[in-house]
Design a protein around this ligand. Structure first.
Ligand code: SAM
Ligand code: CA
Length: 218
């Protein structure tokens, strides 16, 4: 588990010991990613475990992910899917997603994943052009100023009862600090207000990792 602003140090260490049971290949991906300067972009292990449980709980077969990086959350998702499951993975970075592809292959789940290297709005719009309501689960974890665009599109892609999970909605606590007025913090505040007012979904902002908002399409 990465250091958490939500836990005092001692409880954080205890939580990491009793709450996380990471699949060995995911541990290896975490270790490889830790060598990159952008390693902090990777989701926390306990968050991966949470996503895994959600995907299994709702029996998801078709998933979409916005923000792949080196593939931790996409590998979690692909491993949680049944053999005929499908993940549409959106990113713009060929270098980091080459690492993701290597791990999908090693895990034997590469045939479940379609990676689209293009701005995610473009990929999601192309998917929407094929129809709406044919996805079960979406994970949003790309550029924060795009969150509302991704959320609106993913909501249309989901079936009723489908679930969107959105990462970093507590943004290390800076959302609660009125002195923080940078574009990412403002975008996350706007997103949080938007979901709370959105009567199309049932929702919960779960204080795990950096905050994960769950929105279930009504
Ligand atoms: N979920 C990933 C994981 O588990 O490691 C971390 C994702 S990282 C925080 C954000 C990713 O979003 C980066 O890989 C970046 O290339 C991608 N990204 C940024 N802007 C994007 C855009 N407009 N469309 C698609 N992906 C984008
Ligand atoms: Ca994130």
């Amino acid at each position: 588990m990465s250091e958490s602003f939500l836990f005092p140090e001692q409880l954080g260490a205890y939580y990491a010991r009793v709450a996380v049971r990471e699949f060995p290949l995911l541990t290896r991906l975490r270790e490889e990613t830790a060598k990159l300067p952008s390693a902090g972009m990777q989701i926390a292990a306990e968050e991966g475990q949470f996503l895994d449980l959600l995907i299994r709980l709702i029996g998801a077969r078709r998933c979409v992910e916005v923000g792949v990086f080196t593939g931790y959350s996409s590998l979690v998702t692909a491993l949680a899917l049944p053999a005929d499951g499908f993940l549409l993975a959106c990113d713009i970075n060929p270098q980091t997603t080459a690492i993701a592809r290597r791990y999908w292959a090693e895990a034997g789940v590469a045939d479940r994943v379609r990676l689209e290297l293009a701005p995610a709005v473009q990929t999601l719009d192309a998917e929407l052009a094929k129809g709406e309501g044919h996805y079960d689960f979406a994970f949003i974890d790309a550029d924060k100023t795009g969150y509302l665009d991704y959320y609106e599109r993913c909501l249309r892609l989901l079936r009723p009862g489908g679930l969107i999970a959105v990462d970093n909605t507590l943004w290390s606590g800076s959302v609660a600090d009125p002195r923080q007025r940078d574009p990412d913090t403002q975008a996350i505040r706007a997103f949080n207000d938007h979901v709370r007012a959105d009567q199309r979904v049932d929702f919960c902002l779960v204080p795990i990792a950096d905050g994960v908002t769950l929105a279930r399409k009504r």
